[in-house]
Write a protein that binds this ligand. Sequence first.
Ligand code: 5RN
Length: 116
Amino acid sequence: ALELQLQPFAVLLRHTLDQLQEKDNASIFAEPVSLDEVPDYLEYIQTPMDFLTMRQKVESHKYKTMDEFELDFENIINNCLMYNAKDTMFYRSATRLRDQGGMVIRASRRMAERVG
Ligand SMILES: CC(=O)c1c[nH]c2ccccc12
């Protein structure tokens, strides 16, 4: 497809994002944490991140490398591990997403090297 020629990296990141979001089956990372629901969130979390924001960054070509993309993904995880207590579904979902997502990103890195 023409798109693959013009923006192979964006296609790869979009596909990677789709695979990462499949691991978030409760969709707790799908959108920014609501500051209405969680008014104290920004007292604890300096750089909020979520999959919707990442998707917008992919579409606007904000990610130049897989490292930048992975930093935002790690941010989603670490924010959740910091804000939520260990005995919560949120905390456990973050550790599971970290483990399962790690494999997804490693595979995408290898693909990026090939497309490189
Ligand atoms: C990802 C995350 O931490 C959250 C996602 N939704 C939430 C609602 C209340 C408190 C935390 C959250």
